[in-house]
Design a protein around this ligand. Structure first.
Ligand code: XIL
Length: 474
C-alpha cells in the first residue's frame, strides 16, 4: 500500500499545528486516518481541519488563475491539496503524438510544492479531452499510444503526486451497468487494468485511483458496476488503491442519503475512497446542508482520505451558473463553507484532558448525537460484520459499537471457516490468520464514545466468516 503524508501547509502557521501534523502524518503512515482534535488547533481553515483527522481538503486549480491574487490567497489559506483542472489531461500533456507538454501542469505542481500541498494527478486515460490525433486512432495503435501516454506522464511526475486518477469515467450512465463505449473501450475490455499496471510501473508511490461521476448512489447500476470491477481488480491483484467519487451534485443528481454506504462499501474492498470533484449547485441553507452531509459522511469513513472541491469561487466553476462552490465570486465564504468547516471540526471528539501519551482515536463511523459521557467506565460492545464474498476471496467490514458506556479498548473475536486465511487487516491488529482470530484495536483507535462506533476490516482468501463475532471491551 502506498502512503503519503499529510502536507504541512494547512498547519504551518504555528508550532503547535506543525507538531500536530507531524504526529498525524506518522500515524497516517502507520496505515489509518487519525483524529488529533483540539478546538484551538484545527478550526479555522478547511485544510487544517481536515489535516486534524489525517485527511486533506483540496481544490481544482487552473494554471491561468495563479496570477489572480484573490484566488491564490484563498487557495494558499484554505487548501492543502490541489488537482489541476485541465492541465494534466491528455490533450494538454500530449497535444501531438510523442510530444509532451508539461508547462502549465508543472506550474501548478510547483505552486503546490512551494505551499506544502499535495497534488492529485487528473487524468491519464479518458474518452474525453483527447487530442485530435488520439481521437482518430483505434485498435492496437491506440492501445499502445494510451499505454505510452500513461507511462510518459506518470514517469514525468514520478514521486511527486499523492494520487493519479488513472482512468476516468469508463462506465455508462443509466441502468445497463456496462462500460461506456469509447475508442479506448473498443481496444479491449482489459484497457483499464492495462492502464493501471502501466501507471504502477511508472510511479510506484502514487495511489492509483479509478474516478467517475453518478457513482454516488449505492442503488445505481453504474455504482454497482464500478464496485464489481474494483472487487475483481482487488481479487486478481490489479494495482488499484483508491476510488474517486466526482460528486457533481445538482437537482437532477442530488446528494443521495445512502452516500455513506457507498463510500464505506467501496472502502471495505480494501481501497481508499476520495471525493474528487465536489460541487453542489444551489444556494443558502439547502446547499450548505448538502455540503455538511458530504463532509460528515467522508469523515465517518476511516478510508475516506480527503475531499476536493472542483474550483474555488463560484465564478471559477465549470458550472458557474449553479453557484456550486464554497466561496462567492468576490471570494467571500458562503454558508456552504461554514457548514463544511463545521462538519470537518466535528471529526472526532478526543479527550482534551488526556495526556499525549494516550493514542489518538479514529473518527466514529457515525458521530455520536451527544457528547461522549464522562468519565469512560468500560462496559460492553457489540460487533457486526458486512461481508463481500467472491469466488476465492472476501473482504469483511466490522463495525464495533459501544454500549451505554464509552470503551477504552476493544477486541473482536470471530471464527473463520476452514481454509480461510486473513491476508490484510486495517484499523485493527490481527492475532492470527486462520481459525479463531482475535482482532484488537489498533494503537490509534482504542476509544469509542458511549453509543458510538468504529470500523475495521480485513481481506482474506477462501470463505469469509458467517458466525456472529464476539466483542470484548475494556
Ligand atoms: C471539466 C473542467 O472543469 C472544465 O474546465 C473543462 O472544460 C471540462 O472538464 N469530470 C471530470 C473533470 O473528470 O475533468 C471535468 O472538468 C468535469 C467532469
Amino acid at each position: 500500500m502506498n502512503q503519503f503524508s499529510v502536507p504541512a501547509s494547512a498547519t504551518r502557521r504555528s508550532p503547535l499545528r506543525v507538531a500536530t501534523t507531524l504526529i498525524a502524518a506518522s500515524v497516517v503512515a502507520a496505515g489509518a486516518a487519525v483524529a488529533l482534535a483540539s478546538s484551538a488547533d484545527a478550526a479555522t481553515t478547511l485544510g487544517a481541519s481536515a489535516a486534524a483527522s489525517g485527511r486533506y481538503f483540496g481544490a481544482a486549480v487552473a494554471a491561468n488563475k495563479l496570477s489572480d491574487s484573490t484566488y491564490v490567497g484563498i487557495l494558499n489559506r484554505e487548501f492543502n491539496s490541489v488537482t489541476p483542472e485541465n492541465e494534466m489531461k491528455i490533450d494538454a500533456t500530449e497535444p501531438s503524438q510523442g510530444q509532451f507538454s508539461y508547462t502549465n501542469a508543472d506550474r501548478i505542481v510547483s505552486h503546490a510544492k512551494a505551499q506544502g500541498m499535495q497534488v492529485r494527478g487528473h487524468t491519464l486515460a479518458w474518452h474525453s479531452q483527447q487530442p485530435g490525433w488520439m481521437q482518430n486512432m483505434s485498435g492496437t495503435a491506440l492501445r499502445n499510444a494510451m499505454l505510452n501516454h500513461v507511462t510518459q506522464v506518470a514517469t514525468h511526475y514520478r514521486g511527486q503526486l499523492s494520487a493519479w486518477d488513472v482512468v476516468n469515467e469508463a462506465f455508462a450512465d443509466g441502468s445497463s451497468g456496462a462500460r461506456r463505449d469509447s475508442n479506448l473501450q473498443r481496444t479491449g475490455n482489459d484497457w483499464i487494468e492495462a492502464a493501471f499496471r502501466a501507471a504502477r510501473a511508472a510511479d510506484p508511490a502514487a495511489k492509483l485511483c479509478y474516478n467517475d461521476y453518478n457513482t454516488d448512489d449505492w442503488s445505481h447500476a453504474k455504482t454497482q458496476a464500478v464496485y464489481t470491477m474494483v472487487r475483481d481488480f482487488k481479487s486478481r491483484g490489479v494495482p488499484i488503491d483508491c476510488v474517486g467519487f466526482q460528486s457533481h451534485f445538482n437537482s437532477n443528481s442530488p446528494y443521495p442519503s445512502n452516500y455513506r454506504t457507498t463510500l464505506s462499501s467501496f472502502a471495505a474492498l480494501g481501497v481508499d475512497v476520495a471525493i474528487t470533484e465536489l460541487d453542489i449547485e444551489g444556494s443558502g441553507t439547502a446547499q450548505a446542508t448538502s455540503y455538511r452531509n458530504v463532509v460528515t459522511d467522508c469523515i465517518a469513513v476511516p478510508r475516506c482520505i480527503g475531499i476536493t472541491v472542483w474550483g474555488i469561487r463560484d465564478t471559477d466553476s465549470w458550472r458557474s451558473s449553479g453557484t456550486p462552490l464554497l466561496f462567492d465570486g468576490s471570494g467571500n465564504k458562503k454558508a456552504a463553507y461554514t457548514a463544511a468547516l463545521d462538519a470537518l471540526n466535528g471529526a472526532p471528539p478526543t479527550n482534551p484532558t488526556t495526556p499525549p501519551t494516550t493514542p489518538p482515536t479514529t473518527p466514529p463511523t457515525s458521530p455520536p448525537t451527544s457528547p461522549p459521557t464522562t468519565p469512560p467506565t468500560g462496559g460492553g460492545c457489540t460487533a457486526s460484520v458486512t461481508l463481500n464474498q467472491w469466488n476465492g476471496g472476501f473482504t469483511a467490514a466490522i463495525r464495533v459499537t459501544a454500549g451505554s458506556a464509552a470503551v477504552n479498548g476493544w477486541a473482536v473475536t470471530l471464527t473463520l471457516p476452514s481454509g480461510a486465511t486473513v491476508t490484510n487487516t486495517w484499523n485493527a491488529v490481527a492475532g492470527g490468520s486462520s481459525g479463531t482470530v482475535r482482532f484488537a484495536n489498533a494503537s490509534y483507535n482504542p476509544r469509542i464514545p458511549a453509543g458510538g462506533n468504529t470500523e475495521f476490516g480485513f481481506q482474506g482468501t477462501g470463505t469469509g466468516p458467517s458466525a456472529t463475532p464476539s466483542c470484548a471491551a475494556s
